[in-house]
Design a protein around this ligand. Structure first.
Ligand code: GLN
Length: 552
């Protein structure tokens, strides 16, 4: 282990979903603002090699990295909070680790040895963590172990963490994010589940250095003392982390609790003082989340919302964040509504209600469910001059709608929905045919960062502040605008204002400003490159159009 690299493991207790990812991201931000070079690793315990083959309602958003890795939404949080650009070394799953070990065994990589779950699986985990640190030349690697302690699934990852600590005790520390419930009927915050969680972690040979006590309210002195004694923890390393209105306040709250200094002291991290210039930038940004005066109302038309009886917008996390950043940058509070595309199929009268919104977003999607509803929404936005931003599937919808209603090709469709259409305006990419024929679905889409060239003077070029230069954006798709229809669509007024450098692939479609205030779709996913302090130019332009629309 290199002397200077420190490893901070973030683990969860009691329940998942209480903010381990945001905690890891916030710790990273705090350390980065102390002049440290920080990187992060996410561990997901599932067998899947990546998140790409999972249904969004099962997994939440699939966050695509610049190298095309299909990962977990926490990777997006890391990139956004810490302004990082991560790659596949920063992400691992049980499937990935086992696959490497098994391949190595087949290649005689273990030189005839009996390959065992322990230690060989944890050793591979350790190698991956260290590699992420080495490649980033990191002072600090933050490793988030998904799920909670006590699950079968993540035992081998905890084992890896324990082994790393044994190898270099001073360089490895553990932060536990645990939940303290306040059951309504009792009316008091209970520490017992967290006590059990820490005992469980102890059984893995690990003692947390810091406990972040998540709860609806603040952790009081009395309970802090109790946890300190019963969990064998220093009192001042137990930190209250109550619910907050905005996740962007979390790094600020941590800093108020001196978490950065504490971590540096425990891990022996030598750092500069907090850089007040960049810290103030974050503070100013975080303030916007509390400004409720001027609003902008955005409708997001999706379909991956329902999980059992609950509604979650997790599948569209980066889209929501991108909308927020561009709204905050223009001093607006976004009011985002989740609307189900399927509803517009069954109740077309609902379309009129869309007039309430200042702008409409149709995000990425797969399969035929909700497509006809989406097409109605696109038509409504086009005809009623409501600002429209289509992301990937949302752009493909724009093309189909235009072909049907302007070119008069009534059965225009995408091959993904209707393989028998005579007017396949969206067709499968040449490079994808082989994959589909052989059922090779995993990691085989057109993925990751590709360049596009912008048409000078277009809405897109103006948004990027770039008179016809190149952009680099992240992709995740199998289908594309069918080249056979490009000329007809262009003659009918649609402009392809972004194309792949060889001119073959349509990356952005738009209507000119004199025809529509903002009607633009991208084959890529701009939302993956929207950062709090660097909002995305296309979202900026869209929100600007929404604000203008509101004024009318
Ligand atoms: N299903 C479409 C395709 O594969 C769009 C994908 C997406 O929206 N990410 O091309």
């Amino acid at each position: 282990m290199s002397k200077q690299t420190k490893y901070i493991f973030v683990v969860g207790g009691v329940i998942s979903g209480v903010g381990k990812g945001i905690t890891a991201s916030s710790i990273g931000l705090i350390l980065k603002n102390r002049g440290l070079n920080v990187t992060a690793v996410k561990i997901d315990a599932y067998i899947n090699i990546d998140a790409g083959t999972m249904n969004p309602t099962e997994h939440g958003e699939v966050f695509v990295l610049s190298d095309g890795d299909e990962t977990d939404q926490d990777m997006g949080n890391y990139e956004r909070f810490m302004e990082l650009s991560l790659t596949r070394v920063n992400y691992m799953t049980t499937g990935r680790v086992y696959q490497t070990v098994i391949n190595k065994e087949r290649n005689l990589g273990y030189k005839g040895k009996n390959v065992q779950v322990v230690p060989d699986i944890p050793l591979e985990v350790i190698e991956r963590i260290k590699k992420a640190g080495t490649l980033a030349k990191a002072d600090v690697v933050i490793i988030e172990i998904g799920g909670t302690v006590g699950e079968y699934e993540n035992i081998l990852f905890l084992e890896a963490a324990r082994m790393m600590k044994l190898e270099s005790p001073k360089d490895v520390i553990f932060v536990m994010v645990s939940y303290l419930p306040t059951p309504g009927k009792l009316g008091e915050m209970k520490t017992k589940p967290t006590q059990h969680a820490i005992r469980t972690l102890n059984a893995s040979g690990i003692q947390p250095d810091i406990l972040l006590a998540r709860g609806e309210t603040k952790l009081d002195e009395k309970r802090k003392e109790k946890l300190s004694i019963l969990c064998n923890m220093f009192y001042d390393r137990i930190i209250s982390a109550p619910d907050v209105d905005s996740i962007y306040d979390i790094p600020l709250n941590f800093e108020n609790e001196k978490l950065g200094d504490k971590i540096c002291a425990i891990a022996g991290i030598v750092s500069k003082k907090l850089d007040t210039v960049s810290w103030n930038k974050w503070k100013n940004f975080a303030k916007h989340a509390h400004n409720g005066k001027d609003t902008v109302k955005i409708a997001v038309i999706g379909k991956y919302f329902e999980t059992g009886d609950f509604m979650l917008a997790d599948s569209y996390l980066s889209v929501i964040e991108a909308i927020k950043y561009s709204s905050y940058a223009q001093n607006r509070k976004p009011i985002i509504s989740w609307l189900n595309s399927v509803d517009y199929e069954n109740h077309p009268a609902k379309l009129k209600e869309l007039k309430k919104y200042d702008g409409i977003v149709v995000p990425g999607g797969f399969g035929s469910r909700g497509v006809e509803g989406n097409l109605k929404v696109v038509k409504f936005a086009r005809e009623n001059k409501i600002p429209y931003l289509g992301l990937c599937y949302g752009m493909q919808m724009m093309i189909i709608e235009y072909a049907r209603n302007i070119l008069g090709l009534k059965d225009a469709n995408t091959r993904e929905v209707n393989p028998n259409s005579k007017n396949m305006v969206i067709d499968v990419m040449e490079s994808q045919k082989e994959h589909l024929k052989n059922n090779l679905y995993g990691g085989s889409m057109r993925l990751g960062a590709y360049k596009a060239v912008l048409a000078p003077g277009s809405v897109a070029a103006k948004a990027y502040g770039n008179a016809g230069g190149e952009i680099l954006e992240r992709h995740r798709h199998r289908y594309e605008v069918n080249p056979a229809f490009i000329m007809d669509l262009e003659r009918a007024g649609l402009i392809f204002s972004g194309k792949s450098p060889d001119g073959k692939l349509m990356e952005i479609a738009e209507l000119p400003k004199n025809k529509h205030p903002f009607f633009l779709g991208t084959q890529f996913h701009p939302e993956f490159l929207a950062h709090p302090l660097n909002p995305h130019p296309l979202f900026n332009a869209f929100i600007k159009a929404c604000i203008n629309n509101k004024k009318k």
